[in-house]
Design a protein around this ligand. Structure first.
Ligand SMILES: Cc1ncc(COP(=O)(O)O)c(C=O)c1O
Length: 372
């Protein structure tokens, strides 16, 4: 059995008619960059998230950078984030000209509100905070929102892995913060290529973000700020809107059903399940488990021998990456004990929406059969 982390062949078989119809529509329209398709997708995405506006851009990392810059964050500012994320989270902060600073995660692998409070109390240079909704689990937004409000700092949610996720009845975007999404192909809403979007927190931020994504242009040939070329293509906007967004609820339901089956079925002392703070509401972009760090390679081998592709998210913490340490010692508040437990012992099991019931059962049986 081939139980890969993703099965894009099945995605294509399911979506190709809607996808090619959207491509034909764009091709025949004669308008390929920042046109009606982007505007329509932005409106559909905003509505899906219960928000007024969305701003399409080139990828999730740019969405974070643009959100930071549109929130007024730049050189001299520090941005508090989690060390356990895709490198893009830290890189976006650097690209905005700011300095990433890190504190530990909670037991779910999400930015820990207590550690964040301690960091904010110790470091008045922190001007923004980026919690990451890792694995599709929402961070503790009520507590982080209260912290950010008390300090008067910006709060930007890295929701690259969490479109459609809920926690205690509240969805991504419900609190009105700036939110960044990625449409990288593996994501819960993925394009066939790169794409991203942000939900701006205010009308001013919306205006500035639209300008920054397009060379800092405010009107034709008028450049008010130093911007980027980070535009969502008409092709991606059209295919996301017509082929993929209409399937997102079904895909999320399938991810949740697989997660529920794993949580109910995987019962072994050698593997620690991570249901997260709200297993029914989570977006389940990934299904992480923890094993003993000394046995992780053996577990991955066992999965591989049974045709199952395990993943690691993430084996090296962002502040430990050479690109970060080469700049000087990264700023870390407190210790990173819980984040390091994930870096050394986490393994992700396959959980894409095209996984069959037989493959799901094979994953459960294989994990249960592992002797540790
Ligand atoms: C948590 C997180 N943040 C940011 C990104 C960056 O998104 P992109 O690859 O679209 O730039 C990713 C995806 O790779 C991610 O998983």
């Amino acid at each position: 059995m081939d139980v890969s982390a993703n099965r894009f062949d099945r995605l294509w078989a399911d979506c190709k008619d809607d996808y090619t119809a959207a491509v034909t529509e764009v091709g025949s329209s004669g308008w390929y960059v920042l046109g009606r398709q982007v505007a329509d997708f932005e409106a559909a995405l905003a509505a899906w998230c219960g928000r007024e506006t969305a701003v399409g851009c080139g990828n999730g990392m740019d969405a974070l950078e643009i959100a930071l810059r549109a929130a007024g964050i730049g050189p001299g500012d520090r941005v508090l984030t989690t060390p356990l994320s895709a490198f893009a989270t830290g890189l976006a902060i650097l690209r905005a000209g700011a300095e990433p600073v890190y504190c530990d995660t909670d037991e779910h692998g999400l930015l820990d509100p207590a550690a964040a409070a301690a960091a904010l109390a110790a470091d008045p240079g922190i001007r923004a905070m980026i919690p990451v909704h890792l694995y599709g689990h929402l961070a503790d937004m009520p507590r982080l929102t209260a912290l950010a409000a008390a300090q008067g700092i910006a709060l930007i949610e890295d929701a690259a892995q969490a479109i459609g996720a809920r926690r205690d009845g509240r969805g991504v975007g419900a609190d009105g913060h700036a939110v960044a999404f990625s449409f990288y192909p593996t994501k819960n809403l993925g394009a066939i290529g790169d794409g991203g979007a942000l939900l701006p927190a205010t009308a001013d931020m919306d205006r500035l973000a639209r300008s920054i994504r397009n060379y800092g242009q405010t009107e034709r040939y008028v450049h008010a700020v130093i911007g980027l070329n980070s535009r969502l293509d008409e092709l991606h906007a059209a295919t996301l809107r017509h082929a993929f967004l209409p399937r997102l609820d079904t895909w999320l339901a399938r991810r949740r059903a697989i997660a529920a089956a794993y949580l109910a079925g995987i019962d072994t002392p050698h593997v620690t399940l991570l249901p997260g703070p709200d297993p029914e509401g989570a977006g389940w972009h990934l299904f992480p488990v923890l094993v003993a760090p000394t046995r992780r390679d053996a577990f991955l081998d066992h999965l591989k021998r049974n045709g199952i592709q395990g993943g690691l998210h993430y084996p090296v913490l962002i502040p430990d990456q050479t690109a970060m340490t080469d700049r000087g010692a990264p700023i870390v508040h407190g210790d990173l004990t819980r984040a390091r437990r994930f870096a050394t012992g986490e393994v992700s099991l396959p959980i894409h929406p095209y996984l069959t019931d037989a493959e799901r059962d094979h994953v459960v049986a294989t994990v249960k059969a592992w002797g540790g």
